[in-house]
Design a protein around this ligand. Structure first.
Ligand code: 1PR
Length: 523
C-alpha cells in the first residue's frame, strides 16, 4: 500500500496511474494522521512553491510530514515534492519550506530558455536502488524553472546539465526525491518507480560515457480533436485549418487509441487540441475530459490539452473561471494546458490599458500551477506589406516574397481556429504572454498547416528570438528532413506535427532515426 500525498494542485493522476500500473494500491492522504501511519509515502508536487506550502500549512500536514521524514521510512518526492524538503524557495520569498534538508531552491540564471522543459540525462553521483535495470544513458522528463541547492553535497544523488550543473535528485537513507518526473518519463521512469516501490534491488551506480548531459529536442504528436457530424469525437486534421473534405469532417482515428500508438512509437509528448473549444465549453463537453482520463492511464509522457480555456457563463447564468476549466483538465490527467483565442483577447486588453490585471487566465493559472503548465497556442497568418512603416506591427523582411513581390510581412494573430484575424502580431503576443506568466509557446502557422512544405523558419526564428521561454515549432512538417531543418536553423526546443504522423507517411521512429547523431533526441 502506497500512501499518496495529493495536496490538490497539478496533475497527480499520472503518478497514481503509474503506481497502479505497477500493481500497487494507492491510498490518498485525507487527514494528518494518514501521513503518520504511512508505510511508504509518495509526494508528487506540481505547481508553485508558495501555493503548495500554503495548502500544506492549512491542512496541518507540515508537522506530520516532518515526523514521517525523521522516522526514516521510504519517501519519494517528485518535482515540488523535492523542493518542499528545503528551507525556502526564491519562487515564494518569505514562505518557509519544510526545512528537512538544509539549503534553498533557486531560479535558473542561465542563457538557455527557462523553464527547463524536456528530456535530459543524469550524472549519477552515488549508488541507489532506484537505478536497477538502468544503464545510465536514459533521459527523464523535467519541467521546472527552479532547482534545489543543498548545503551538503552528501545528499546529492544525481545532477543534470542545463546551462549549469544542477541537482536533479537527492537521497538520504530511504528518502529519495527527484526533480524529474518518473511518471512522465516512459519506460525508464516506470523502472525507477518500480525500484522504489519494490525496494528489493541492490544499490547500483550505472556509468554514463558522456561528460555532460544534454537536453533532447522533443518530437510532439498533435491530435486536433472535435465531434464529427455524427457526434463522435474524432482526431481530425485540416489543410490550412480547413478540416472538411467533401463537406464532412476528416476522421483520422480515435483520440485515445492514437495517443497510445504515438506513445509506443516514441513521441516525447502528446498534445490534444479541442479545436471547437471556442464555441463548445469544455466543462459541458465532457468527452474531452474522458479522453484525458483514459489516455493518462497508460501513456506515460507529458500531455498537453488546449481548447476553450477561458472564462465562461453558461445558459443558466453560472460563471466559470478559466482556472476552473484548467483545474478540471489537470485533474483529468493533463500536465500542461494551452490557451489560444483567450490569449489574444488578454493581450489586446493589456495593450489598450497598459496594465496587468492579475486576473487573466494566463496569470491565474500560472500562479496556481506554475508557468511551466501554461502554453500559449498561436495561430498566425502571414500578411504581406511593401514596407515596415505600412503598419504598426513587428514587421520582418522575408525571403518568401508576397503575391505582388512584397518583401516584408507581419504575422497576424487569429482567434476561433483561424476564423477571425485581429490587429495584433504574433511576436508581440508571445512577448506579452511571457510577461504575464506563460511558460511555453506553441507556434502554429496557418499558411503552412497541412501543406507538408516544412516549418516556417522565419516565423519561428522571429518569435524564438523575442522570448526566453521555449518555443514549439508547429505546422508544415512533410518529412524527417524538416525536423532537422527546424532544429538546426532555429532555436525551437521542440517540433510538433500532425498530418504526417496520422497518415502514417513518416513514423516518429523514422524522424528520430534521421536526427540521431546530428541532433540530440531521446531514443
Ligand atoms: O482558441 O483556446 O479555444 O484553442 C483552440 C485550439 O485549437 C488552438 O490551439 C488552435 O490552434 C486549435 N485549432 C482551432 N482550429 C483548428 C483547425 O485546424 N481548424 N487546429 C485548430 C490547430 C494546428 C496545429 C496542427 C499543426 C500541425 N491545429 O496544432 O496540428 O499545424 O499540422 P501539420 O503537421 O499537419 O502541418 P482556443
Amino acid at each position: 500500500m502506497i500512501t499518496f500525498l495529493d495536496y490538490g494542485a497539478g496533475n497527480v493522476r499520472s503518478v497514481i496511474n503509474a503506481i497502479e500500473t505497477l500493481g500497487e494500491k494507492v491510498e490518498i492522504v485525507r487527514a494528518p494522521d494518514d501521513i503518520l501511519s504511512a508505510e511508504k509515502l509518495v509526494f508528487p508536487g506540481v505547481g508553485a512553491f508558495g501555493s503548495m506550502m500554503n495548502i500544506l500549512n492549512n491542512n496541518n500536514y507540515v508537522k506530520p510530514l516532518l515526523a514521517y521524514l525523521r522516522s526514516g521510512r521510504p519517501f519519494l518526492g517528485i518535482c515540488l515534492g523535492l523542493q518542499a524538503l528545503f528551507e525556502y524557495s526564491e519562487e515564494a520569498p518569505g514562505v518557509e519550506g519544510l526545512g528537512f534538508i538544509l539549503g534553498s531552491v533557486k531560479r535558473f540564471e542561465i542563457d538557455y530558455s527557462v523553464p527547463h522543459i524536456g528530456w535530459n540525462g543524469l550524472n549519477i553521483k552515488q549508488p541507489s536502488l532506484i537505478f536497477n535495470g538502468l544503464n545510465g544513458v536514459e533521459k527523464l522528463y523535467f519541467v521546472h524553472s527552479y532547482h534545489v541547492v543543498p548545503e551538503n553535497d552528501e545528499v546529492v544523488l544525481t545532477t543534470t546539465d542545463y546551462g549549469c550543473e544542477f541537482v536533479s535528485s537527492i537521497q538520504l537513507g530511504n528518502i529519495i526525491a527527484t526533480q524529474f518526473h518518473p511518471e512522465k518519463s516512459g519506460s525508464a521512469g516506470l523502472q525507477i518507480l518500480k525500484n522504489f516501490l519494490e525496494a528489493t534491488g541492490k544499490q547500483t551506480k550505472p556509468v554514463r560515457p558522456e561528460q555532460t548531459t544534454r537536453l533532447a529536442k522533443r518530437i510532439i504528436a498533435c491530435l486536433d480533436v472535435r465531434a464529427n457530424d455524427q457526434g463522435d469525437l474524432v482526431v481530425t486534421k485540416g489543410d490550412q485549418y480547413d478540416v472538411r473534405e467533401k463537406g464532412a469532417v476528416r476522421n483520422l482515428g480515435k483520440p485515445v487509441e492514437l495517443a497510445r500508438y504515438y506513445y509506443q512509437e516514441g513521441a516525447d509528448e502528446i498534445t490534444f487540441l479541442n479545436i471547437t473549444g471556442f464555441r463548445d465549453f469544455p466543462l459541458e463537453d465532457m468527452p474531452m475530459l474522458e479522453v484525458l482520463k483514459q489516455t493518462s492511464k497508460n501513456v506515460f509522457v507529458p500531455l498537453t490539452i488546449g481548447g476553450g480555456i477561458r472564462d465562461y457563463t453558461d445558459k443558466n447564468g453560472r460563471e466559470y473561471k478559466a482556472l476552473e476549466v484548467a483545474s478540471e483538465y489537470f485533474r483529468s490527467g493533463a500536465d500542461k494546458i494551452s490557451i489560444g483565442s483567450d490569449a489574444v483577447l488578454i493581450v489586446e486588453e493589456y495593450l489598450k490599458t497598459g496594465k496587468e490585471r492579475g486576473r487573466s487566465s494566463i496569470e491565474e493559472i500560472s500562479r496556481v500551477y506554475g508557468n511551466q503548465a501554461v502554453v500559449i497556442s498561436i495561430d498566425p497568418r502571414r500578411v504581406y506589406v511593401n514596407s515596415p512603416d505600412e503598419v504598426e506591427h513587428q514587421v520582418m523582411e522575408t525571403t518568401i516574397s508576397g503575391p505582388n513581390g512584397e518583401r516584408y510581412c507581419w504575422y497576424q494573430c487569429t482567434i476561433k481556429g483561424g476564423r477571425e484575424g485581429r490587429d495584433l502580431d504574433a511576436i508581440t503576443l508571445a512577448q506579452v504572454c511571457e510577461n504575464l506568466g506563460a511558460g511555453e509557446i506553441l507556434l502554429n502557422c496557418i499558411d503552412r498547416d497541412g501543406t507538408n512544405l516544412g516549418f516556417d523558419l522565419e516565423l519561428i526564428n522571429a518569435v524564438a528570438e523575442a522570448v526566453s521561454i521555449p518555443v514549439i515549432a508547429s505546422s508544415g512538417a512533410g518529412g524527417a528532413e524538416h525536423f532537422y531543418e527546424v532544429f538546426t536553423q532555429t532555436e525551437a526546443e521542440s517540433a510538433l506535427a500532425a498530418g504526417i504522423f496520422h497518415r502514417k507517411e513518416v513514423p516518429i521512429g523514422v524522424v528520430k532515426k534521421h536526427l540521431t547523431g546530428k541532433v540530440e533526441v531521446r531514443l
